[in-house]
Design a protein around this ligand. Structure first.
Ligand SMILES: C[S@@+](CC[C@H](N)C(=O)[O-])C[C@H]1O[C@@H](n2cnc3c(N)ncnc32)[C@H](O)[C@@H]1O
Length: 181
């Protein structure tokens, strides 16, 4: 078999598997996973409010649109939050979930090394990835979400589990009193 035929055969196998897989999923899940909006995964407002209360108050949303921004101070794709300085901010980061997610998590970790900077990331709990082991394992806290979130206006739960990863290298100074004797 020639190399071209071999490659064509592999492509057909993969395409066939994808079609089969697609047929197994309900229409709404397909729309969520494959539409151009799949990078949006907008944080449910009540879940954000809870995080804001416990781990905020957040001062910066570095990956947003004008419509989905969770903070008054935010960056859109046009601003390119990846190349901005997050120093001194309490950041809420729900990044694009495509391949670029590793770049965002690296950015979150590196920014958190700056003084007075905390980055709280809402991300899929992909614990088998390289970026999880390289960066998330250095987090100050990891909260695994029980159950599945319903992103945006979807009636369906996400097809993946989520985690909240908190990067903060300089925790707040702990001030306590102590008896002299
Ligand atoms: C998962 S959504 C989160 C939206 C919103 N922050 C939220 O939590 O609901 C990720 C967002 O990042 C935006 N985005 C993609 N690339 C970006 C970039 N380079 N800089 C800033 N935002 C970006 C996308 O347009 C998308 O709206």
């Amino acid at each position: 078999m020639s190399l071209t035929n071999f490659i064509q055969e592999r492509i057909l196998i993969v395409t066939g598997a994808m079609e089969h897989w697609g047929a197994q999923m309900d229409k709404q899940t397909q729309e969520v996973m494959f539409s151009s909006k799949s990078n949006e995964w907008e944080t449910p407002q009540d879940f954000f409010n809870k995080l804001n209360e416990v781990l905020g108050p957040f001062t910066l949303d570095p990956c947003a649109t004008d419509k989905t921004a969770k903070c008054d101070n935010y960056f859109t794709q046009q601003d390119d939050g990846l190349f901005k300085d997050w120093k001194g901010e309490i950041v809420f980061m729900n990044p694009p979930y495509g391949r670029e997610i590793s770049t965002w998590i690296r950015k979150a970790y590196l920014e958190s090394l700056k003084p007075g900077t905390k980055v709280v990331c809402l991300i899929p709990a992909r614990t088998d990835t390289r970026y999880w082991h390289e960066y998330c394992m250095k987090a100050k806290e990891i909260h695994f979400v029980k159950g599945r979130l319903k992103f945006g206006n979807s009636e369906n739960s996400a097809p993946f589990p989520s985690a909240v990863v908190v990067f903060e290298s300089q925790p707040q100074t702990i001030i306590k009193t102590m008896e002299a004797r």
